[in-house]
Design a protein around this ligand. Structure first.
Ligand SMILES: O=c1ccn([C@@H]2O[C@H](COP(=O)(O)OP(=O)(O)O[C@H]3O[C@H](CO)[C@@H](O)[C@H](O)[C@H]3O)[C@@H](O)[C@H]2O)c(=O)[nH]1
Length: 146
């Protein structure tokens, strides 16, 4: 049941699922990417990849697709600050005392495109990131272009 709840909205960055059941209390938390992640090998996600390009570990970022029906054609995500993510987890734990089962999606409510995220990173870091446009992730098209 909790697995099903977690999959209700695959498009959100963070999911916290919790509930009280007759045979126990559960909190299930899922984040897209591990906190403080420094992945081995080639990163599969935007932020670690951007960071590795910035420090020269990778030559360039490939932007996955530029023909989506978004403000600049690149995919949009709702990114949130790590402290807000932590606060959300604490709030979820506090909610354990309540009965029932609820799903909370943590986010800012503001979408940020890949190019906006790269521009923000460049401004904050003072580094220009080499980038090129590549193909979009095929499995995501079903969510983005409906
Ligand atoms: O080198 C890269 C890496 C990512 N992106 C784009 O950057 C955005 C964010 O990508 P990423 O950090 O990988 O997050 P998601 O695409 O939202 O994928 C997350 O969310 C999916 C749905 O929950 C999960 O399946 C994945 O494991 C999880 O990483 C997306 O538009 C990607 O297409 C690029 O353009 N270039």
């Amino acid at each position: 049941m909790l697995q099903g709840l977690e999959n209700i909205n695959e498009r959100n960055c963070v999911k916290c699922t919790f509930g009280n059941y007759p045979n126990g209390t559960y909190v299930v938390s899922r984040t897209c990417g591990y906190i403080g992640e420094d992945p081995c090998g080639i990163p599969n996600n935007l932020m670690p990849f951007v960071q590795q390009v910035a420090v020269g570990r990778r030559p360039a970022l490939t932007v996955f697709g530029s023909d989506y029906s978004t403000k600049d054609g690149t995919e949009v995500r709702d990114y949130l600050h790590i402290v807000d993510l932590a606060d959300g987890h604490i709030a979820a734990l506090r909610k354990l005392v309540a009965a029932g089962c609820e799903v909370y999606n943590l986010g800012t409510g503001k979408g940020t495109s890949v190019l906006e995220m790269v521009a923000t990173f460049e401004k904050a870091s003072g580094k220009v990131l080499p980038e090129s446009i590549g193909a979009g992730k095929p499995y995501l098209r079903q969510f983005i272009d409906v």
